[in-house]
Design a protein around this ligand. Structure first.
Ligand SMILES: Cc1cc2nc3c(=O)[nH]c(=O)nc-3n(C[C@H](O)[C@H](O)[C@H](O)COP(=O)(O)OP(=O)(O)OC[C@H]3O[C@@H](n4cnc5c(N)ncnc54)[C@H](O)[C@@H]3O)c2cc1C
Length: 267
């Protein structure tokens, strides 16, 4: 993907969560606005990465879609990335160093945003993520609007192993910070899920199963009622199966602003 509108970003920090997951922050271009939950097109040019200096790296910018992790009000931008073995983009991106250059198409995309919901009115918000699909939900959770609008927010975040559950401290910190900033904030329930090992304090099955057998509702202490908003993001198989499990509970896809379920597939 080439991009005429791309502007330069500078990498400010990098956090490595596991062999296959990392996050990074960058400068935010003046005037760049987005809504929590949207994604952008990020570009990397292998010949511009410090780790590639002196190597014969191609001088061609590759672009991919990335959800913004940071709040719409932060000075910096933050992103959360997988490392795909031999992936054209991430096998370059994983070598990022502070000070490196990236590119940003400053048009934000996507409708996995709370403003898409006209009916039903905000009541309980379910945020259901696998892997890096957590990214747009972190942005929503760092927006005061989210905490003001809803009575309950349930974040269910699924990874294969406990070492792949990123942002654990930050999730709790965000909840503490935002509940103290708002009068009558939403009640926040966090449900970590690990599918390939048994870990105390985490559920251990795939999200669609946990919905079908009622375990997610039992753990959260809240049911999927007709008035809830349910957002799904990440692995397309999880999104499809979870969507079906929610429909079996009587929930409907959100179309033209009406309905419960909104989804975003990452591939
Ligand atoms: C709307 C949207 C938002 C996205 N936001 C993010 C994001 O915030 N963070 C992010 O890491 N990726 C995100 N992606 C995926 C991203 O665009 C790239 O696919 C990813 O960076 C891999 O690029 P690649 O060239 O290395 O491999 P690709 O050739 O693009 O992908 C190869 C394969 O890797 C797997 N894969 C791709 N993305 C992921 C992923 N995120 N997690 C696990 N496996 C994956 C799939 O099997 C895919 O077929 C998003 C995609 C879309 C459509």
């Amino acid at each position: 993907m080439s991009d005429d509108k791309a502007v330069v970003l500078t990498v400010l920090s990098k956090t490595v969560w596991s062999d296959s997951l990392f996050s990074f922050t960058t400068t935010r271009p003046d005037g760049f606005r987005f809504e929590a939950g949207q994604f952008v097109r990020l570009g990397v040019n292998p010949s511009k990465l410090a780790a590639n200096q002196g190597k014969d790296a191609p001088d061609e910018t590759i672009f991919r879609a990335y959800s913004v992790v940071s709040s719409p009000y932060d000075e910096a931008l933050e992103f959360f990335s997988v490392v795909v073995p031999d992936g054209a983009f991430t096998s370059q991106l994983k070598d990022l160093q502070v000070g490196d250059t990236l590119y940003l198409n400053t048009t934000p995309f996507g409708f996995l945003t709370l403003s898409r919901y006209q009916e039903p009115k905000p009541n309980t918000l379910w945020l259901l993520a696998t892997g890096t699909g957590l990214a747009p939900f972190l942005s929503m959770l760092q927006d005061l609007y989210t905490w003001q609008q809803y009575d309950n927010i349930v974040l269910a975040y699924s990874a294969r192993t406990v070492s792949e559950l990123a942002y654990q401290d930050k999730i709790h910190q965000i909840a503490d910070d935002f509940t103290s900033l708002v009068d009558n904030p939403a009640k926040f329930i966090y449900v970590p899920i690990v599918t390939r090992e048994a870990v105390a304090g985490c559920l251990n099955q795939r999200l669609p199963i946990l919905i079908a057998n009622g375990e997610l509702e039992k753990t959260a202490g809240i049911t999927f009622d007709q008035d809830c908003h349910a957002m799904l993001c990440g692995n397309p198989q999880m999104v499809d199966d979870t969507k079906e499990a929610l429909k079996a509970k009587g929930l409907t896809m959100n179309r033209r602003g009406v309905g419960n379920i909104a989804v975003e597939n990452y591939w």
